[in-house]
Design a protein around this ligand. Structure first.
Ligand code: HEC
Length: 117
């Protein structure tokens, strides 16, 4: 009897998991992954986030607004080319892999500008 219940719940949880995956093809995992990468790389040393963090560069909130993926990639992977030799923005070419870059961009795009009141 107990065993039957066990298998029933396994089947139930299993079916729930697949339903969720089907309902949400664009699952928010890349955003969470990107958030972790941004936190690890300490971008907020210079960029602020939700009003906290560095003041030497613009806020990460809304930083991706109006920018193409190419522009975001250029800023992170080749800042000297994007902003000039004297830029303070570090080059993350060796720190953000090609696999991680889309997640970082997804996260940056998820950060909306704070509305002023
Ligand atoms: C040492 C300070 C510093 C750190 C750390 C830093 N940035 Fe920057 N970032 C800058 C500065 C300064 C600029 C502006 C570039 C310029 O105009 O020279 C910039 C520009 C950018 C831009 C382009 C903004 C625009 O409007 O064109 C993006 C996107 C960006 N940073 C993302 C990041 C991410 C993501 C990280 C972490 C992986 C990061 N930055 C870490 C200083 C920093």
């Amino acid at each position: 009897m107990r065993l039957k219940m066990f298998w029933l719940s396994v089947a139930l949880i299993g079916s729930m998991a697949t339903t969720r995956a089907e309902e949400k093809p664009a699952c928010p995992c890349p955003i969470a992954t990107g958030k972790g990468i941004v936190a690890t790389l300490n971008c907020t040393m210079c960029h602020s986030l939700d009003g906290k963090g560095g003041k030497s560069a613009k806020s990460l909130n809304g930083i991706a607004e109006g920018k193409t993926d190419e522009q975001l990639m250029a800023a992170m992977m080749d800042p000297k080319k994007a902003f000039g030799e004297k830029t303070m923005m570090p080059c993350y070419k060796s720190k953000i892999t090609a696999e991680q870059a889309p997640a970082v961009m997804a996260y940056l795009k998820s950060l909306k500008k704070k509305e002023c009141k």
